[in-house]
Design a protein around this ligand. Structure first.
Ligand code: F6P
Length: 323
């Protein structure tokens, strides 16, 4: 058994629905294990500014259903510097924080890895709508984000059908196409463009639109991943080449907000509790994941070294279904 006495928790990088559920689980599991809990505001930025609050069970009341993060978040590039990592570890020690749960993406885990090397026990939780963390099949926020995007695309589809238009709808995901692929299938899109597979052959899309219109298609939905981008330009070129009125919709940050789905609330709670269990058991430098139906954990080094790709069968299926 370890002897962690005070567990800190922070959220870092882009926020994601379900982060509050994870914070709540960390706080209440840590208190149940007899630990003190400190909330660190605005990720590593707040840690460096010593913006640290005491948390009790009531600090996390009424938050499980709320999107965003009550601890606020930031991207802190300074945390990549060795001297800044030293300072962050010293601040943890000054505040008695001997265990730290970092909820964020790969960049945030690198900070946790450096703190672990400096004697602070750390565990990372995968929090991002992008699903682009290799060591896990699930990331906190992805499920809510795809449901939000799916509902929006359904709405765009209604108006697209009424006007017999083509719509290019851009979803988030940074370089990763998971949101686009899931929504493309869920929304029955005619085209799904993801950077991992797109050959940038716009003429093929244009030919498809012309041919499918001849078969009676009233609208044409293109779900375009942020990693491909250029949705406005694409819409203009498609309209010019096909004569079909075309509009671009960039869904944007709406995908990052909103009340988390059941899955995000429950999985984030499980992961938050697991992070504390690991710290209490004396583990450090770990990242929690979800693999083959189980919550698992890896060394941060091991997790960061993993790679993943979109599911090839799912991608091929998306093409077969879009006829
Ligand atoms: O990582 C989450 C994410 O929403 C990405 O999908 C997107 O590329 C990025 O963050 C947007 O970042 P910002 O909120 O800083 O504009």
């Amino acid at each position: 058994m370890g002897n962690v006495k005070t567990i800190g928790v922070l959220t870092s990088g882009g926020d994601a629905p379900g982060m509050n559920a994870a914070i709540r689980a960390v706080v209440r599991t840590a208190l149940a294990a007899g630990c003190n809990v400190k909330g660190i505001m605005r990720g590593y930025l707040g840690l460096l500014e010593e913006d640290i609050i005491d948390m009790d069970a009531r600090s996390v009341s009424d938050i499980i259903q709320r999107g965003g993060t009550i601890l606020y978040t930031a991207r802190c590039l300074d945390m990549l510097k060795s001297e800044v990592q030293d300072k962050a570890a010293d601040i943890c020690r000054k505040h008695g924080i001997d265990g730290l749960v970092v909820i964020g993406g790969d960049g945030s885990f690198k900070g946790a890895q450096q703190l672990a090397r400096r004697g602070i026990n750390t565990v990372g939780l995968p929090g991002t709508i992008d699903l682009d963390i290799a060591c896990t099949d699930y990331t906190i926020g992805f499920d809510t984000a795809i449901n939000t995007a799916m509902e929006t695309i359904d709405k765009v589809r209604d108006t697209s059908t009424s006007h017999e238009r083509c719509s290019v709808i851009e979803v988030m995901g940074r370089k990763a196409g998971y949101i686009a692929l899931w929504c493309g299938i869920a929304n029955g899109a005619e085209e799904i463009l993801i950077a991992e597979r797109y050959d940038y052959d716009e003429q093929r899309i244009i030919n498809n639109i012309i041919n499918k219109r001849k078969t009676g298609k009233k609208h044409y939905i293109i779900v375009n991943a942020e990693g491909v981008g250029d949705s406005n330009g694409m819409a203009k070129r498609i309209e010019a080449a096909t004569g079909m009125e075309t509009r671009a919709t960039i869904i944007g940050h709406a995908q990052r907000g909103g009340s988390p789905t059941t899955k995000d609330r429950v999985y984030a709670s499980m992961m938050g509790a697991k992070a504390v269990d690991l710290l209490v058991a004396g583990a450090s430098n770990r990242v929690v994941g979800y693999r083959d139906g189980k919550f698992v954990d890896y060394d941060i080094e091991e997790g960061l070294a993993m790679t993943k790709d979109v599911d090839q069968y799912m991608f091929e299926l998306s093409i077969r279904l879009s006829k």
